[in-house]
Write a protein that binds this ligand. Structure first.
Ligand SMILES: C[S@@+](CC[C@H](N)C(=O)[O-])C[C@H]1O[C@@H](n2cnc3c(N)ncnc32)[C@H](O)[C@@H]1O
Ligand SMILES: Nc1nc2[nH]cc(C(=O)O)c2c(=O)[nH]1
Ligand code: SF4
Ligand SMILES: [Mg+2]
Length: 212
């Protein structure tokens, strides 16, 4: 059984695939916050910008089998077939690696999808995922230390970018923390990238574009 908050079609807003048409499959629940506002002050991850509680969002629900889940994702894709583009699904949450298993990855592949995830990196990943974006969180142990994007929300006291520079990722990105300090955080992230050019800026473009 897979519990999913919502499944929707939009452009990837962040990271090195920003702009890419994607189905987002947002899994319910996270190991670093209950998702309830009343608990935010005592969560391990306190700055989350996402509602991942329940299964009541558009396209959300409980899917009994991996094939059911993959069929729901496939139904949400509306790109026209083209030899140079493969349907693309971004598994996120909440924390997708609490639920995404080999069966689900295989079922998504069987529906013709390239499979991406956005994860906090505290759980191991099943094999076969095509693109892994890890976003480390202060106060956690990082167990997923390789992938494509290492996308650090910046600034976070206790997890300075230097800690991750040696890991096995293709790209290292700083994403300004969205909060009342977004303007200052963006300025600080830009300055850090300019001084340390192995890092590049990741802007949450969907928020300024007014899309999901
Ligand atoms: C909602 S999380 C879900 C996936 C996974 N739990 C994780 O944290 O990577 C999706 C992405 O949004 C980022 N994010 C969450 N809250 C944010 C905020 N306030 N400002 C900037 N990025 C944020 C996360 O770091 C992660 O890269
Ligand atoms: N457009 C868009 N891009 C995103 N990239 C990562 C997201 C997420 O919440 O994981 C996200 C999201 O929620 N919307
Ligand atoms: S780990 Fe991800 S989903 Fe969980 S609270 Fe933090 S940003 Fe939100
Ligand atoms: Mg988001």
């Amino acid at each position: 059984m897979y519990r999913v908050k919502e499944i929707f079609y939009t452009l990837q807003g962040e990271g090195s695939h920003a702009g890419r048409p994607s189905v987002f499959c947002r899994f319910t629940s996270c190991n670093l916050w209950t998702g309830w506002e009343k608990d935010r002050h005592r969560a391990i991850c306190k700055f989350c910008d996402t509602d991942f509680v329940g299964t009541d969002g558009p396209g959300g629900g409980r899917f009994r089998t991996a094939a059911d889940l993959a069929a729901a994702v496939a139904k949400t894709w509306r790109g026209q077939p083209h030899p140079r583009s493969r349907p693309y699904v971004v598994c996120t949450g909440g924390e997708p690696l609490l639920q995404l298993d080999t069966e689900a990855v295989d079922a998504l592949h069987a529906e013709g999808f390239e499979v991406a995830i956005e994860t906090n990196g505290t759980q191991h990943a099943p094999g076969g995922i095509d693109w892994i974006c890890v976003s480390p969180k202060a106060g956690t142990e990082l167990v997923l230390t390789s992938g494509q994007d290492l996308k650090l929300v910046y600034p976070q006291a206790g997890v300075e970018p230097e800690l991750f520079e040696g890991l096995d990722f293709d790209r290292f990105l700083l994403q300004p923390m969205d909060s009342e300090d977004l303007v200052a955080n963006t300025k600080a992230a830009i300055e850090y990238c300019l001084e340390h050019p192995q890092w590049q800026l990741s802007v949450q473009t969907h928020k300024t574009l007014g899309i999901r």
